[in-house]
Design a binder for this molecule. Structure first.
Ligand SMILES: [Zn+2]
Length: 248
């Protein structure tokens, strides 16, 4: 079993994609107190491919979209605990704002990471993955346009960082056969928004636990202990019933 947590923005707005800086600090302290580590997806995949097992007592921390508050808020907290994380970046919005879509209520305009910040974080060991150039619904694109979005963003990241970029996250968690096929060919692993812990999943369709559903430190501790799988299944069902309200 591997728990991959999904964060977006660390701010006090109370929006569906926000976790407060204080709650995030408490969650990381909770991991450390339990003897766990927060790691990047790259590290988890590396261990899995070497040993055939997910790393023990490790949770993968993923941050979608590349909000600038990752640099200001998450970076110092992760450093304090010696943790790493993966940021799935929308390369066309680096240095800009979260205006690929209307922001969820309460969030408002948020600055995104700049290339200078991305370069500094990458030098500090933060992993960057592709989250496309412009955050489209990949199901609506031609095969060529989907390829340009998925692989184009990766090429830009590789050129900027001088590193191999090996992970991807599907915008909104939406995918079709074509997008899956491209991702499977081009990346070692990719994340969806399917709400559960990973166990025997295909590496290009890894489920995650969105922090929207985890609102207390106690719940956080129970997720990694595997005590909330039933709760996650229930929330997964509720989400499928009311449709994709969560705009990731
Ligand atoms: Zn996203």
């Amino acid at each position: 079993m591997l728990t991959i947590f999904t964060y977006h923005s660390l701010d006090a707005s109370g929006s569906v994609v926000s976790v407060t800086p204080a709650a995030f600090a408490d969650q990381m302290a909770c991991l450390a107190r339990l003897g766990w580590r927060g790691i990047s997806l790259r590290e988890a995949i590396g261990q899995q491919q070497q040993t055939g097992q997910w790393p023990e007592r490790c949770a993968v921390l993923t941050f979608d979209d590349g909000f600038a508050n990752f640099f200001d808020v998450a970076g110092p907290i992760l450093n304090r605990f010696g943790f790493s994380a993966t940021v799935f970046l929308i390369t066309g919005h680096v240095g800009g704002f979260n205006d690929w879509d209307a922001p969820p209520p309460g969030l408002g305009a948020q600055a995104m990471l700049t290339w200078a910040q991305v370069e500094r974080l990458a030098a500090d060991g933060i992993e960057f993955g592709s989250h496309t150039r412009t955050h489209p619904d990949l199901r609506t694109l031609t095969a060529q346009d989907a390829y340009d979005e998925i692989v184009g963003a990766r090429s830009e990241l590789e050129d900027r960082l001088g590193q191999t970029i090996s992970t991807f996250a599907y915008p909104f968690g939406y995918l079709n056969d074509n997008a899956q096929q491209i991702v499977k060919q081009e990346f070692r692993a990719a994340c969806t928004t399917v709400l559960r812990r990973a166990n025997g999943d295909a590496l290009h369709k890894l489920p995650r636990v969105d922090m929207y559903y985890i609102r207390s430190e106690q719940q956080f501790a129970r997720v990694i202990a595997g005590e909330l799988d039933g709760y996650l299944a229930f929330r997964r069902w509720g989400r499928s019933v009311r449709g994709a309200l969560l705009r990731n």
